[in-house]
Design a protein around this ligand. Sequence first.
Ligand code: NAD
Length: 485
Amino acid sequence: MDRFQQLIDGVFEDGAQGFDSLDPATGTPWARMPMASAADVDRAVRAAHRAFHAPDWAGMTATARGRLLYRLADLVQAAAPRLAALETRDTGKIIRETSAQIAYVAEYYRYYAGLADKIEGAHLPIDKPDMEVWLRREPVGVVACIVPWNSQLFLTAVKLGPALAAGCTVVLKASEDGPAPLLDFARLVVEAGFPAGVVNILTGGHEAGQALTSHPLVAHIAFTGGPETARHIVRASAENLASTSLELGGKSPFIVFDDADLESAANAQVAGIFAATGQSCVAGSRLLVQNTVKGAFLKRLKQKAEAIHIGAPQAMETEVGPLCTARQRDRIAGLIARSVAAGARVVTGGTAPAGPGFFFPPTILDCPQNSPALQEEFFGPVLSVQGFDTEAEALHLANATAYGLASGVFTQSLTRAHRMIRGLRAGIVWVNTYRAVSPIAPFGGHGLSGHGREGGMAAALDYTTVKTVWLRTSDAPIPDPFVMR
Ligand code: NAD
């Protein structure tokens, strides 16, 4: 069996405890992973705290930090085939997707490398003649990054890039499911030349997460995962009032009007829900389609869904691979059963195949109002469908969940597109496209989808704090000490 190690204070170690990671395509153990204990987490946070104040990091110029990030980007690019293969092996994400995504990961590090020496303070035109006042943008301190198993190299880059650009130090906790690519990535961090303790990478679940988010030396928590875990994290962070950015789940509407290019919309919908085997926070998991074209559009979607090639995640022709865990497959099956009991009609799919691995077929459910399938996140290849008659009804239905992450609108009408953009309660609106991302564009949601943004300059500022400096330029004695100036 392969063996992976965690990185604490520049040293690779096995960790006191460990577990076997399962290959999602076969359900059999393939590698031994470390499982961080609370004591491991404490050592990692203390190392990050020491590194934050150490001269080799605290005294490094922003330009030099940027250079290290450029080096990291190059190393990620060079290691792309290995990292992609590891992510595919340990999480079941198909090789076509992991290979394409890793190229993007390098671009995120490059974007933040370039941004490191552009995080500027400000000079204030203060209303007092004998004062100079300016703002310094300083790194917030030790950052806890917590990522789920899906797209973890990507979800790490959108946190680590801006945190390091800002001058923070990091303890990154990979998920207990599929951590191999992140533990391997740890080697690249060391090779890039970041001083010991600046980046620490551990694997663990609830215990390690709890120890990390309640640690008094953690200043900011950047989390991607589900809303229930986010609630735990916010409670844990209350102890020392660490700030948080939370990228959570979604139940994103994909809205198709009858004037849309239906073939393009159908292709985008297939990608929007079945890419990453549906394990994507921005999955367009609720199709809202105008009743005038609902029958024709569903027919087209059913054909496309049934033509999807399901298979081994390592095969280039595979379009849908296994889910990451058996737990996830069983949860999805349970939610489908509840939805069917509440009146949903299975258009295609719906049942896990017999045989090894954690596979689940592309599934479409035609749902009545109040179906659990319209409110709860599957986080799998399941599309819930609703019809609508008017634009007002589409908007009402689109906003009728507690989530607010992404949304898609397909229409040829420019004016309608603008009305929908204004009315949709979501952090992202895609018009006549879906699932486009870029390091330059912020990403995030509101409501149960969380708060804070990843990507763009805004994300880097999240890892800074403002220090206001007042400097008196007069040599005259300070007059009346009891009068506020
Ligand atoms: P999860 O919330 O169960 O786990 C996420 C991470 O939190 C894991 O690393 C886990 O070990 C850790 N964790 C568990 N208990 C913890 C605790 N008490 N304190 C701190 N950390 C703890 O999520 P998951 O099931 O692994 O991932 C799926 C969820 O992530 C979905 O809801 C999905 O929509 C969401 N997601 C969101 C985005 C986004 O950018 N908005 C991206 C991907 C996934």
